[in-house]
Design a protein around this ligand. Structure first.
Ligand SMILES: [Zn+2]
Length: 167
């Protein structure tokens, strides 16, 4: 069995008048994320799910928020860099959930899916994006924060018969 599963979870604080970026898409919203990078909660959870599946630690290990070179960085660049860290694995699929009280995100689904597929170098049909609210409960409910949860399946590439061969 050469398949492995990983989970990624991320939270960002919301504040009025800042940018809200989800999966590399700028969302029309009164509230945005407070973060060292672009605050892309979904892309950060995707990175952690991929690293988790490959047993390669977490996002903060490779892209520390204390490092000035990651200030305001587009998180899709971090996602592309993550693929170099896990070069002996192929992503099988990603199942993503974004939890935000408002605004509704349905109209952004395809663009988010496209951005993640391009950055992960996989087809869009291998990426599922779900949007949830927490029914006005808790910190997402009162717009203090946004959450994302991602599950990723990867497949280890076989070393014999040369690089790139799959099971
Ligand atoms: Zn984050």
């Amino acid at each position: 069995m050469n398949q492995r599963v990983g989970i990624g979870y991320d939270v960002h604080k919301l504040e009025q008048g800042t940018n809200l970026i989800i999966g590399g898409v700028k969302i029309k919203s009164e509230y945005g994320c407070v973060s060292h990078s672009d605050g892309d909660v979904l892309t950060h959870a995707v990175i952690d799910a991929i690293l988790g599946a490959c047993c390669k630690k977490d996002i903060g290990y490779y892209f520390p928020p204390t490092d000035q070179k990651y200030k305001d960085i587009n998180s899709l660049i971090l996602l592309k860099n993550t693929l170099n860290i896990i070069s002996d694995f192929q992503i099988v699929n990603l199942d993503c959930t974004v939890i935000l009280q408002s605004p509704k995100l349905l109209e952004y689904r395809e663009k988010i899916q496209e951005n993640l597929a391009t950055s992960c170098n996989i087809s869009q049909e291998k990426i599922n994006i779900k949007f949830k609210t927490e029914e006005s409960l808790g910190f997402t409910g009162n717009m203090q924060g946004i959450k994302a949860i991602v599950v990723c399946l990867v497949e280890k590439l076989l070393e014999k018969n040369g690089a790139g061969n799959r099971t």
